[in-house]
Design a protein around this ligand. Structure first.
Ligand SMILES: Nc1ncnc2c1ncn2[C@@H]1O[C@H](COP(=O)(O)OP(=O)(O)OP(=O)(O)O)[C@@H](O)[C@H]1O
Ligand SMILES: [Mg+2]
Length: 263
């Protein structure tokens, strides 16, 4: 069996659907499966990975790499010790300072085109030369340039959506007008579901409904878990609570991604 390197953008139409939660927990789970994973914060509007990983070890930010002032090796931070066992986890952080957020939001088209070039130039060195199995990009919601760049540059887009009406409509539009336009392989996660999906037949019914609705493969259906909310994004949930149903669902998602990625 040949396992290929894969880059993944985690995106959504609306904010707060769970992109960061799944980016971190999928990365951690793939590492537990023995993989070498590089997780990047491409949400320059509201950087979030510093909350989980701290900024102390950062020599350079991803902003600096995209600005052309720093090599990617100086941006990557080894956080493998955060995972109980398995492979390796490296993280690239976005600068969370107010000044950096304002600076990134004022970039023009020309800069964004250069940033796309730099992002595209990352894939092969990360996956081939540095031997990473997965490159996961956590993005901003909607049609921000940085998110479109992330979508264009990756092999798979995971769209995290909810049953919120405007989210459903926006996600459908993006599927047709954005991901299809770029001929992107797309999977969908429906998150914060309020129905009981604990029985296999209900889950199967819902999976069929969602596939029919969006016409793309379903990576997972995730209930709203109070424990996940209560954690307030303070730790890597699947690491702290490996026997929680949420960790089981993320584990199944990681297995699906790995299966898709082997031949
Ligand atoms: N299945 C779930 N059950 C309960 N709470 C959840 C669930 N999924 C996400 N959350 C909570 O929803 C909030 C938003 O999640 P998260 O920050 O991952 O979203 P996001 O899409 O990255 O947001 P943004 O668009 O602002 O970047 C967090 O507090 C998270 O813990
Ligand atoms: Mg986020």
């Amino acid at each position: 069996m040949i396992v290929l390197g894969m880059s993944i953008a985690v995106h959504s139409y609306k904010g707060g659907t769970g992109k960061t939660l799944f980016s971190i927990n999928l990365a951690a789970t793939l590492v537990q499966h023995g993989k070498k994973v590089c997780l990047m914060d491409l949400d320059f509007r509201a950087p979030s990975l510093t909350t989980f990983f701290g900024a102390e070890k950062a020599e350079c930010w991803l902003n600096d790499y995209l600005n052309g002032t720093c090599k990617i090796e100086k941006v990557l931070i080894n956080h493998s010790q955060r995972i109980n066992e398995g492979g390796k986890l490296f993280v690239a952080l976005a600068n969370p300072s107010t000044e950096a957020i304002r600076d990134m939001s004022a970039k023009d088209r020309k800069w964004e085109m250069r940033a796309l070039g730099r992002l595209l130039a990352l894939r092969n060195p990360i996956l081939n030369d540095n031997g990473f199995d997965y490159l996961i990009l956590d993005t901003s919601p909607g049609l921000q340039y940085s998110s479109i760049n992330a979508i264009v540059s990756t092999d798979l887009v995971i769209v995290v959506t909810t049953f919120d009406k405007s989210d459903v409509e926006g996600t459908k539009r993006m599927l047709h007008e954005l991901y299809e336009l770029f001929e992107k392989k797309t999977n969908i996660i429906v998150n914060k579901v309020l129905y009981d999906v604990s029985s296999k037949s209900t889950e199967k019914d819902m999976q069929n409904k969602i596939t029919e609705m969006y016409q793309v493969p379903v990576l997972g259906i995730v209930p709203c878990f109070c424990d996940v909310s209560k954690a307030e994004g303070a730790f890597i949930f699947t690491q702290e609570k490996p026997s929680h149903p949420f960790a089981k669902i993320v584990d199944e998602m990681a297995n699906r991604i790995e299966k898709n990625n082997s031949m």
